[in-house]
Design a protein around this ligand. Structure first.
Ligand SMILES: C[S@@+](CC[C@H](N)C(=O)[O-])C[C@H]1O[C@@H](n2cnc3c(N)ncnc32)[C@H](O)[C@@H]1O
Length: 250
């Protein structure tokens, strides 16, 4: 395993909870089935950026694809290796990775790219993806836009009560900086004592236009933007969008 990142990530202490709470990734698979997988061959090699606990990787493996996951959190990768033992996992930072052009498809789901906090760095990510892809390959990722962060501003967005832990997450959106801050508080039963842990996760909102222009500047073509609300005919997902684009033949 190549190590391209610092050993600590804000997701490390949250990994066990993420692995259990976000275990069902059927909707993500539906999305990939609709927009990407039909355009790949059965032998395709897929790179999953910010792969987290590897649940999506596992479902892709089951379909026969070859999968490589990249994530900066060793804690998340600990579960990914258990969930998807047939995949290759790399501890690394999406902003700085360099992989040879071997991937037919690249995905980034679960809003991983909102964790990239500046447009310059996001362009850098797109450049790294472009380099890692084979010609004619497809890149698919999801993003939350400003309206999504505004809709969940100042509210509890998730949480759960289990025998061994209790947690809750509260989000607030800072309009000027276009930054959403999610404060997660975890109480965990460790050696018969309840211990409290607080973590803060930051996400940045980008507009459709700036993301599309960044993709095109790097060389991607056929950029399409889909609205989750329309695609899944589901209310409460305004501002959740999917981008699909292609690395053209030279
Ligand atoms: C919300 S989780 C999504 C996980 C997975 N893609 C899914 O759909 O369940 C976001 C993931 O992005 C990873 N991440 C955030 N910033 C990153 C970076 N700069 N480099 C690599 N991974 C990053 C986190 O460690 C975390 O595992």
């Amino acid at each position: 395993m190549i190590s391209l990142a610092n050993s600590y990530s804000v997701y490390d202490p949250f990994a066990r909870i993420y692995n259990e709470y976000y275990a069902n990734r059927e909707e993500t698979m539906q999305l990939l089935e609709m927009l990407q997988l039909p355009h790949l061959t059965q032998e395709a090699h897929i790179l999953d950026l910010g792969c987290g606990t590897g649940q999506v990787a596992q479902l892709l493996l089951k379909k026969g694809y070859k999968v490589t996951g990249l994530d900066e959190s060793d804690g998340m990768l600990h579960y990914a290796r258990k969930n998807a033992p047939g995949a290759n996992f790399i501890l690394g930072d999406i902003r700085y990775f360099e992989l040879p052009s071997t991937f037919d498809g690249v995905i980034s789901t679960g809003s991983s790219l909102n964790h990239i906090l500046s447009l310059e760095e996001l362009k850098g990510v797109f450049h790294n993806v472009y380099t890692a892809m084979l010609e004619n390959g497809l890149f698919l990722f999801d993003l939350y836009l400003e309206e999504y962060f505004q809709s969940e501003n100042d509210s509890m967005i998730a949480g759960d009560v289990k025998d061994e832990y209790v947690w809750g997450a509260r989000a607030s959106y800072h309009v000027e900086e276009k930054i959403s801050q999610t404060k997660v508080t975890i109480f965990e039963l460790l050696k018969e004592n309840w211990q409290r842990l607080d973590i803060t996760m930051l996400m940045k909102s980008y507009s459709r236009e700036e993301v599309q222009s960044a993709l095109e500047n790097v060389g991607f073509t056929e950029v399409s933007i889909y609205n989750a609300e329309r695609l899944f005919e589901k209310s409460g997902t305004a501002g959740e969008v999917y981008f699909v684009c292609r690395k053209p033949l030279s």
